[in-house]
Design a protein around this ligand. Structure first.
Ligand code: NAD
Length: 253
């Protein structure tokens, strides 16, 4: 599906990092964009900066009513065609360990935001897309964000890896569930990207992370994530797949 002035997109986590870069890219390509993010995020500033055809809707991805309101706000621009799920949190902590212990509540919170929140957006977006006319063979495209943590068994990432692994399963299933409705579902599994989520890390940790990426030996730029989203939307054969975007990174323990 070509991204142009007829495209209406919703980006969760659209106020920061990968979501903000995606909102900027889709808007630059001509789309009207709704940024869904927490009220505390910089989403409002970004929407103001983008100007026309951009709106910020403060919402929590776990909340059905708030997500529905964001979808309704997007539909004021026209048929909602593109949804990108970037909202997410990370919580390190070994299941049992000296540097931190992963408690049940922390585990539950990460699953609720990253996995259940993503499912909540997916299902409400799919319901909204079903009534769309076909454009270039698609009624809609939903892109989700997993992580290489879903695959690499990194120590201290039990909650995060579980939530992102769930997104992988959700992608494989929902793409086939929604195929007869003309809705595609794809997931990007990023390696390490230079976003506020990584900003708190000390410089020496950042250097180690850069060296872990075989080529190019650096963190990914959010614009590189956004470029892959744009390619997925544009390419009708990309469906029900998880694409690692990681410079050949395989997370060490
Ligand atoms: P970020 O912290 O810059 O952005 C995440 C956004 O999600 C924030 O704006 C935050 O307010 C929002 N958010 C958090 N909880 C929310 C909720 N309950 N409802 C609505 N919005 C909520 O982080 P980022 O690096 O841009 O991460 C974006 C996505 O990419 C996340 O799902 C993250 O797990 C994933 N990811 C990031 C990296 C990386 O290296 N940065 C690697 C792999 C996966």
């Amino acid at each position: 599906m070509r991204i142009d002035a007829r495209t209406v997109a919703l980006v969760t986590g659209g106020g920061s990092g990968l979501g903000a870069a995606t909102a900027r890219r889709l808007h630059a390509d001509g789309a009207a964009v709704v940024l869904l993010d927490l009220p505390s995020s910089p989403g409002e500033q970004l929407a103001t900066e983008l100007g026309d055809q951009a709106k910020f809707v403060p919402a929590d991805v776990r909340d059905e009513g708030q997500v529905s309101a964001a979808i309704a706000a997007a539909q004021e621009f026209g048929d909602l065609r593109v949804v990108v799920n970037c909202a997410g949190v990370g919580t390190p902590g070994r299941i049992i360990g000296k540097r931190g212990v992963l408690g049940l509540e922390d585990y539950r919170t990460v699953i609720e935001i990253n996995l259940i929140g993503t499912f909540n957006v997916l299902r409400l977006a799919a319901e909204a897309m079903v009534g769309n006319e076909l454009v270039d063979g698609d009624r809609g495209v939903i892109v989700m964000t997993a992580s290489v943590a879903a695959f690499d068994g990194q120590i201290g990432q039990a909650a995060y890896a579980s939530s992102k692994g769930g997104i992988v399963g959700l992608t494989l299933t929902s793409a086939r569930d929604l195929a007869d409705k003309g809705i595609r579902v794809m997931t990007i599994a990023p390696g390490t990207f230079e976003t506020p989520m990584m900003a708190g890390l000390p410089g020496e940790v950042k250097q180690i992370l850069e060296k872990q990426v075989p080529h190019p030996s650096r963190l990914g730029a959010p614009e590189e994530y956004a470029a892959l989203v744009a390619h997925i939307v544009d390419n009708p054969m990309l469906n029900g797949e998880v694409i690692r975007l990681d410079g050949a990174l395989r997370m060490p323990p």
